[in-house]
Each structure stands twice: as structure tokens, then as C-alpha cells.
Design a protein around this ligand. Structure first.
Ligand code: CU
Length: 156
């Protein structure tokens, strides 16, 4: 695989036309894992948010799947793929496939967490583009938009 990775880096343009047979694409997907933890600042409620986040990059798509626990019961939260690490301006702005494009899906990747009576939620979402390399994060927003939790993801 090391040889193949190097080949792709050097000859990526040529390999685009050499698509893998159907059914084998999943073996080439890149998976990046992270975990939610809450922001210490700007939280005036007793959250204790945690949960795993998985970002998967396919041949021409990116998906995010996440579980979040410690949310307020029966409450809906918005969440997005952000462009920076959690420690960098609390995740920075929303990640946009086309930086000049609209601030909404499919140009952005959004999640929606509908917390159950125990404060747990899960969601998954995908977009028809491959995320660029760099520090990324998934941020959960409170109902007033405040950033309450974040998971770091580093796409190589
Ligand atoms: Cu956001």
C-alpha cells in the first residue's frame, strides 16, 4: 500500500481514469476518528457532552457519522463540519467545498442531533465532494447558536 500511495501522489491525475471495480471502493475509503468534548467557555448549563465522531472520505464523497451524549433531553441541536481545529477559534467557520459558494448543504456538511429523553442523539450526513486536507472539526451548537462541543479531526 505504501507504493500505491506514492503512486497516487505522483500520478493522481492519471489514476482518476482508472476506477476500481465496483465493490472494492470501500477498501480505499479514508476514515478519520474524533471525539466530542465540550467547550469550557460560554456554557452556562451543566453539559457533559461526549461521543465518537467518524469522518469517512470516499472516492468522490465525504460523510460524517456521530453520536452525542450529555445533551438536554428532547432538544434539537445543529452541528456542522468546521474548517479549523477546536482550539483554533473554536473550530473557525463552516467548512465549504466551494469557499465562494452558498453557506448551506451540499456546499457544507451539516448534522442534526435530536436528543432523546436520555440526552443522547446520533446522526449521519454526507456530501458529494472530497474534503481537503487539514485540521477540521465537528461543532455542536446550542439552541441559541453558541458552540457547546467540538470534535477534532485531522484529514491527511
Ligand atoms: Cu457550526
Amino acid at each position: 500500500m505504501r507504493f500505491k500511495t506514492g503512486l497516487i501522489a505522483v500520478c493522481g491525475v492519471f489514476l482518476v481514469g482508472v476506477s476500481a471495480p465496483a465493490g472494492t471502493a470501500s477498501s480505499t475509503n479514508q476514515v478519520v476518528k474524533g471525539r466530542f468534548s465540550e467547550f469550557s467557555a460560554g456554557i452556562d448549563r451543566d453539559f457533559d457532552i461526549w461521543g465518537p465522531v467518524r469522518l469517512t472520505i470516499g472516492e468522490d464523497w465525504t460523510s460524517v457519522r456521530a453520536n452525542a451524549k450529555g445533551l438536554e433531553p428532547s432538544t434539537t441541536y445543529t452541528s456542522h463540519l468546521h474548517e479549523s481545529a477546536c482550539s483554533d477559534a473554536d473550530g473557525g467557520g463552516h467548512y465549504k467545498n466551494d469557499p465562494a459558494g452558498p453557506p448551506a448543504p451540499p456546499n457544507e456538511l451539516w448534522l442534526m442531533f435530536h436528543a432523546n429523553s436520555a440526552g443522547s442523539a446520533h446522526d449521519s450526513s454526507s456530501a458529494p465532494w472530497v474534503v481537503r486536507d487539514g485540521a477540521r472539526s465537528v461543532v455542536i451548537h446550542d439552541t441559541d447558536g453558541a458552540r457547546i462541543a467540538c470534535a477534532d479531526l485531522f484529514v491527511e
